[in-house]
Design a protein around this ligand. Sequence first.
Ligand code: SAM
Length: 228
Amino acid sequence: MSLIDRCKEVQSEKDFYGKADEYWKSIPADVNGMLGGYGHISTVDIRTSKSFLKPFIQGASAKTKTGRALDCGAGIGRVTKHLLLPLFDIVDLVELNKAFLDEAKTYIGQNASRVGNYFCCGLQSLELPKEFYDVIWIQWVTGHLTDAHLIKFLQRCKEALRSGGIVVIKDNVAILDVEHDPQDSSVTRNSEDLQTIYKESGLRILKEEKVTRFPTELYNVIMTALAP
Ligand SMILES: C[S@@+](CC[C@H](N)C(=O)[O-])C[C@H]1O[C@@H](n2cnc3c(N)ncnc32)[C@H](O)[C@@H]1O
């Protein structure tokens, strides 16, 4: 059954994407806006991402290079500024909301000179060059894509990875069935749904880790590293 059919309040794909677009246009372009009022968890979030990513790019068994990364659903560039630019030579951002990308140019600060591209579009319509990225980072945005679009996007990500490259997904995970949030028009999938999607995209899980240091009232947040 498609995601739209499983979420009874979602009338159509157009409605699902249209409402998300409207929602994000109403949100302030700041860290608190990016994190749904939980701006104070940003430091812990970045720290946990760094320790998850580092073994792939540093040390004796590292296979992933640090030339170019892509930040997906980048918002104002919080992940780009604090995680990706300190580790990668060049970072591209892709984000639906133009106002966030405009703010990113200021928010990122002096390292913005190492941003390659600011792509303003939905992940569902983003075309990617082949063998171009070492890391594709997808944080807190997969729930804005339908299953079919997420699978196709991940398939394009797979083709866009250089040798040794990885896709990292960091997102909320539901314990039971898929949950729909009518406010921002997103879904939270469970682990089983996500495993099926990864399998259908042709990606395999290299490493998976739950973030244990977020406030307990939040969803479980899982970091998953995927490779072809
Ligand atoms: C919860 S915020 C997370 C922002 C950023 N990843 C972070 O962790 O700071 C979700 C972001 O995804 C963007 N977004 C929503 N739907 C999208 C889509 N279909 N394609 C690309 N970006 C989208 C929103 O505009 C917003 O900036």
